[in-house]
Each structure stands twice: as C-alpha cells, then as structure tokens.
Design a protein around this ligand. Sequence first.
Ligand code: 5GP
Ligand code: MN
Length: 339
Amino acid sequence: MQQITALKELLQEPKEILITTHHKPDADALGSSLGLAGYLKKKGHVVTVVTPSDYPDFLNWMNGNNEVITYDPNVNDELVRKLINQANVIFCLDFSSLSRINELGPYVQEAPGVKVLVDHHLEPENFAEISFSNTKAAATAELVFELIRDLGDQSLIDVHIGECLYAGIMTDTGSFRHPSTSRNVHLIIAELLHVGVNTSNIHRLIYDSHTETRLRFLGYVLKDKLTVLREFRTAYIAITADELKHYDSKTGDTEGLVNFALSIEGVVFAALIIDRSNAVKMSFRSVGDFSVNDFARKHFQGGGHRNAAGGISYDSLTDTVAKFLQTLPEYKDQLTKDN
Ligand code: 5GP
Ligand code: MN
C-alpha cells in the first residue's frame, strides 16, 4: 500500500521514464515492459523501453515493439547510457538481481533516477527505492496489471496493453498449467478478455510460429541429444555451439526445449545446457518440491523460481555437463523421494 502511494506520488507529474528487463527477454519480460509502457504513455509520460539484448522474433507483434531500444555494446552504448542517466524513473521488470541486465547493471545502479522494481523472482536484491516484489505471482505481467489497477487506472488497460500482459501471463504459467495459476490469474485473464484480447491468436503467434529449421532442430535434439538418468529421475539436453550454427539457431529457438525433457514420465528434474560461445547457459525445470532456484544458485551462479530457474557457467560445455552430473548424487534422496 505504502509502495503504491509512493509510486502514485512519483508519477503525479509527467516524467521521463525508462523501463528495462532481463537479458534475452521472454514474453513476460517484454510483455510486462510494453504493457506498462503503453499505460504510462497514456498517462502523459515520456517512456523508453530498453532491453539488454535482442529477443525472439515471435514477440515482435507486441504493441510498442518498434520503439524498443535493444542494447548492443558495439552500437548504442553511449545512447543507452545517456537514456538511463537522464531518466527520472527507472522501472526494473521481471528480474531480481542487477546481474540479470548484464552491462546495463552498473549503469542502472549508478543512475540518479528513482528505481522501481516489479518482479516475481525469489530472493530479490535490494536495489530499488520502490519495490513490488511478489514471489507468489505467476508473472510480472500479473503484477503490472495489479499495479495499474491499484493506481486506479484499470480503465486505461486497452486491447494493446492487454495483449502484452496476456502473453506474459500465458507463457509464465506454461499456458495456465503451472501451480502458480491461481484464481487471481484467471480473474485477471477474464478482465483481459473483456477488453478484447484475442487469446487464441496470441497463443498461435507465440507457440505456432516455428520456422522449418527450428522444427527440424527440435527433432534432432529430441532424437539424438536427450539423456535420461532414471536413477536420478533427471533428464538433460546439452547442445554445442556447432549444433546451434548448423541449424541456424536464432534467439528463442531453444525456448521450450527443456520442457520436453521434463515431460517424460517419472522425470522430476530437467536441464538444458547450451554452449553460447561466450558462456554456457543453463535452464532448469522441476516438478514438485525440488528447488531448481536453490540448485542454480548453489552450483551455477543463477536463480529464478522453485520450479524454473537458470544459471551460467564459464567452463567448457563438456566440463559444465560433467559438473552438472557430479552434483546429482548429492540430490538423489530429494529427487527420488515420492512427490
Ligand atoms: P529460462 O530457463 O526460461 O531462461 O529461465 C527460467 C527462469 O529463471 C526465469 O524466470 C528467468 O528469469 C530465471 N533465470 C534464467 N537465467 C537466470 C540466471 O542466470 N540467473 C538468475 N538469477 N535467474 C535466471
Ligand atoms: Mn516472469
């Protein structure tokens, strides 16, 4: 409540506002950012959305996408630095640690603007003056909806803003199947339907927009790259930089792969380990009590949610996989207990 009052006060007069979100934005990161941007513009603010990296093409349909500034250290470092420094308010959406915005982290940290965090990740760092952190929320887009509603402006949520928020909630709930899919989520979705959001169209834009090579890549990965470790109720996929190149893999093409590993009957822990050349990036998923947030934090400098988290490794792909496998015996009891 106090936070809402503080935010209301802050946004009383038109401001220069910068919105940023995590590296390699997913639909919740971008959808919550563009949804919030759409609302703030309606309120008369000057709003810029800056992403720390590029993002998948299947998000390009979102309203406001054309005005997003994608940070590239070799192209627009000076411009982005200037924008961050001149902003009166900096919204930090869908991340809980400044390390998640890569090079932008120090810029945001040192910027004079008021920082506002809106996020649902576990164990948030304390870098924002105003914070809406709710680790029980299914998506940051859910929190943005509530924020706008609590500011007394639900009537400003139109179909364009609604589509962005819907995309974030739909993807972060795994199309409304994860345990985070609360009554509140469905009530919000009902409101989004009410303003005219075409939900099946958004589902299609995001999930049924594979290129042929992406689908063939998926076939190859499932046939040749999936390892199932019954003993640990674990499955993992490791992908080399050469394989990515061979299949002309684009940002977003590996999204969802980890869920196939988790979908195997009896498997409770899945990992996707990808050599991104500059580092090895890891995605973890679990069902039940096993906390991939704890796992990622402890072993791979990462974090996230209990059942969905990510991490990073600067060892080679082979060494990273070896390290991953070495950690498993430590968790054997947790992974094999009935849940
Ligand atoms: P994904 O596997 O889809 O990239 O990420 C799963 C969840 O973990 C997301 O909520 C994402 O924001 C978070 N996440 C992914 N990578 C990292 C990381 O390196 N560090 C932290 N703290 N969170 C991550
Ligand atoms: Mn999210």
